[in-house]
Design a protein around this ligand. Structure first.
Ligand code: GLN
Length: 196
């Protein structure tokens, strides 16, 4: 069975496990670097990117996570996880994993809209997808290899670059598992091509 890890240092990891399992893969909470070896793909959940980065450094995850992505293994960054994947963060010099060619802005929908829900059309994946945004970032710019999959009020909120997927919202908080299922498919495809 395809094994998908959810980085379990901080944030909404248990809900992601439920969504991965509803999509037909095995979900594994990842708390130690050695666990990365057994995975076919990884989800970096929402939470607080600065706190998550502190814990990534504390448990020596930074280089192993970069390596995981560079090997071509799929990574799905959601909300804070998207910020961790980005190669550029507006107004901040220090990027985290820097794996994906996107520029993001933190807390970008504004304080007055701390959280909201909306229906998104996701290119090639789903129509009327119920997306939950919590102190959400959005994507300001994408590189030439990046495919924009969804926007909200003209802001990019979901994008894919080959084996990397990033969204500004929380796909694990509803019973609509279509986006997680799309990631599971990406992982199954990559598993086949990495094996051959
Ligand atoms: N605002 C958070 C950050 O900058 C992300 C919020 C979330 O993951 N729900 O990390």
């Amino acid at each position: 069975m395809t094994k998908i890890g959810v980085l379990g240092l901080q944030g909404a990891f248990r809900e992601h496990i439920r969504s991965v399992e509803a999509s037909g893969a095995e979900g594994i909470i990842v708390k130690r670097v050695e666990q990365l070896d057994e995975l076919d793909g990884l989800i970096i959940p929402g939470g607080e990117s600065t706190t998550m980065r502190r814990l990534i450094d504390k448990y020596n995850f930074l280089e192993p996570l970069r390596e995981f992505g560079k090997q071509g293994k799929p990574i799905f960054g959601t909300c804070a996880g998207m910020i961790l994947l980005a190669s550029e963060i507006a107004g901040i010099d220090n990027v985290h994993l820097g794996l994906m060619d996107i520029k993001v802005e933190r807390n970008a929908f504004g304080r007055q809209r701390e959280s909201f829900e909306t229906d998104l059309d996701i290119k090639g994946v789903a129509e009327g997808y119920n997306a939950v945004f919590i102190r959400a970032p959005y994507i300001l710019e994408v590189g030439p290899e990046v495919d924009v999959l969804a926007t909200h009020q003209d802001k990019i909120v979901l994008a894919q670059q080959g084996h990397l997927l990033a969204c500004a919202f929380h796909p694990e908080l509803t019973d609509d598992h279509r986006l997680t299922a799309h990631f599971v498919e990406m992982v199954e495809e990559s598993r086949k091509s990495l094996a051959s």
